[in-house]
Design a protein around this ligand. Sequence first.
Ligand SMILES: [Zn+2]
Ligand SMILES: [Zn+2]
Length: 202
Amino acid sequence: MGRPGYVTVPILTVLAAIGYVYYTTVFLAIPAWLGLTTAAGGANAAAFTALAAACVATYAVAVSRDPGRVPASFVPDVEDAESPIHEIKRKGSDLRYCQKCSHYKPPRAHHCRVCKRCVLRMDHHCIWINNCVGHENYKIFLVFILYAVIACFYSMVLIIGGAMHLPKDEQPGSDSPRTSIVSSPGRMFQLPANQTPTEILV
Ligand SMILES: [Zn+2]
Ligand SMILES: [Zn+2]
């Protein structure tokens, strides 16, 4: 009984996406806008690196931490079945029993078909961490989501800033086709001075 493993396509996709965003932000956007050697550029690169490291660390914990097992010693509190907060009461007199695991389930525990076992306070099975989100890892999962959202907005600001400063930095001394198109799209359609449109057509 256990999970299929840590090396899955969704997990590799998440790691590749983090790496791609990190590379684009720190090695393309920040150098284009602020420069990596300036105080502002270095501070932003350090802050974004710390944020990316926090993302990877919390993601690794969310992937690897056990979401919560039903203790083998768990026995339903039948004495307390009168209590209105008890799920046993709400479901009538049926005790919640997992046929596959052959044990009773506490309230809010559910059997996961992927993990092939019951998980405490199971929220859902997330393919992106190849793990259930349950009692033991939902907090770190939420912290990872929070870090990822902050990093996305931070990266977006830096990439937009870098893109806005790109043409200005490329203009002096360089006359690459890309710069020409960016700076004056009309030049793409300019004719050579010594030719008329009919000469070109002929
Ligand atoms: Zn089960
Ligand atoms: Zn699961």
